[in-house]
Design a protein around this ligand. Sequence first.
Ligand code: MG
Ligand code: MG
Length: 266
Amino acid sequence: MIIYKTEKQKELIRESCKIVNDAIAEVAKVIKPGMTTMQLNDIAEKYILSQNAIPSFKNYNGFPYACCISVNDAVVHGFPTDVLIKNGDVISVDVGAYKNGYHGDSAYTFAVGTISEEVKKLLKVTKESLYLGIHKAVNGNRVGDIAAAIQEFTERQNGYGVVRELVGHGLGSNLHEDPQVPNYGKRGTGTKLKSGLVIAIEPMVNMGTKDVYNDKDGWTIRTSDGKPAAHYEHTIYVDKNKADILSSFESIEIAEKGNSYLCSDY
Ligand code: MG
Ligand code: MG
């Protein structure tokens, strides 16, 4: 069942998204080789709590941490760990925050230090595919139009693998609501999009094969060929001519550019 949101609810979701994005920006300011992803998790969690919000992921279906932090071959749902971050790591940070009865959900992928042109292209293409998907999220289109736009660009035009097992989703007072929003599919199929629908669009794109497996921790999703993956996510509100993007990468991108340990020229 789809729960459409009012203008007022939309603004509350935007407020939660801002907390999410600023929490990821706090991470972007300090991330460097020699730190651990557990330290990054703690920084984001502390920020969320300081905004009188609750980390959406902590204890969600038993997930033990505030953030999903997925390094290199980990695609999504990674556990923060005490492993030291090193030059060349590709680190996706996925965060949710709950405030005033509504969740916000967003994710961003960082590259630490010197990375290959190949990895730069993966990040660039994945981020671009997110906006191509968002561009289709307007009244009268269907979920399949978003999915096809992402798949066309990442798989057909760039030869990457789009993860099938995990998808974007509706959200609001629940972290996951209907409809599911896959990153692959056929144009003109699926749920019809209508003003008031709030969805998280989140392409998960593998440099190599689309195939993934579940790590023995029961959560972390990894690429079957061990190659890196990228993941970007926005929460958006479907509207007439243009989707309203409720999350924003602005504070994250400023922090990314300002942190000399992060690669930002991709
Ligand atoms: Mg997320
Ligand atoms: Mg999500």
